[in-house]
Design a protein around this ligand. Structure first.
Ligand SMILES: [Zn+2]
Length: 274
């Protein structure tokens, strides 16, 4: 019941915020997505100096993030979103976080998607040997997850995009991981905002909270899961994810353009038809 009323409140917030959302970025009256104008910033999670998690076979997360982000950039570019920017930041962890936020804000983007790959807390990891080297892994959880922050000034829009992306991934047979909502996760536990497509709330995340555009963080899957790591490294999976993102971006862009056009029509003086 509690969850249902939360969802209703979230839905009402979404509806109430639509007109504010659509008016901000677009000046053209179009009923469909204006791909030439719509700017997506693809934030490559972590950096060369602070590469994030380590996979079950010792590969840094940053490498996975970069390869997938490049694949997504290619798909968006091919799909007509020529203003897409790949944000690859350098430097230590915290410093690179603030750099990426400042860069995204300065670019005047319509949407920020931060691309990551998941791990598990240390207490869930086990040891194994791969090619005569010791590594840690966890085959317990697999699947992607999407995060939004209620601290972002475009929270409603962020949630809309996260749901759209969740649906596109689901349509292509990719499942999300429900484990972030379980008590086992302790301090890493998150509220599942949309239990049908795997959208969680993570209010404190700097890259989501302090960016001045709708922003979503995408964990593409678990690289500490020994089987999923191999799938995530494959071109097939990267292409599938890239296509999902392209379609979700297109729906999101079209929705904003359509609502904007509608709000322009309803604000015209009565009796005037053109
Ligand atoms: Zn990460």
């Amino acid at each position: 019941m509690f969850a249902v009323s939360r969802l209703l409140v979230a839905a009402a917030t979404v509806v109430a915020s639509i007109s504010a959302l659509v008016g901000a970025a677009h000046t053209a009256e179009r009923s469909r997505c204006d791909r030439d104008r719509f700017r997506v910033v693809l934030d490559v999670g972590h950096s060369l100096d602070a590469p994030g998690a380590t996979s079950a076979r010792g590969v840094p997360e940053y490498q996975f993030n970069l390869l997938l982000a490049e694949e997504v950039e290619k798909a968006l570019d091919k799909g007509g979103f020529a203003k897409t920017i790949l944000l690859n930041t350098f430097g230590p962890a915290r410093e690179s976080l603030f750099k990426r936020v400042a860069a995204a804000n300065a670019l005047g983007a319509d949407l920020l998607l931060s691309i990551h790959h998941d791990s598990v807390p240390q207490f869930l990891k086990e040891e194994w040997e791969f090619e005569a080297q010791q590594y840690t892994f966890s085959d317990r959880f697999r699947g992607h997850s999407l995060f939004v922050s209620a601290g972002n000034r475009h929270y409603a829009a962020s949630l809309i995009f996260a749901r759209m992306l969740g649906r596109e991934l689901q349509t292509r047979g990719l499942g999300f991981t429900p484990h972030y909502a379980t008590g086992l996760m302790g301090p890493w536990r998150r509220t599942l905002v949309d239990a049908s497509v795997g959208v969680y709330r993570y209010d404190q995340l700097i890259v989501l909270r302090t960016t001045r555009m709708p922003a979503v963080l995408f964990e593409a899957g678990s690289i500490v899961h020994r089987e999923e790591e191999l799938l995530l490294a494959s071109t097939e999976r990267q292409t599938l994810i890239a296509r999902s993102i392209l379609d979700a971006v297109d729906h999101f862009c079209a929705l904003r353009s359509k609502r904007y056009a509608r709000s322009r029509v309803s604000s015209r003086p009565a009796g005037r038809v053109d």
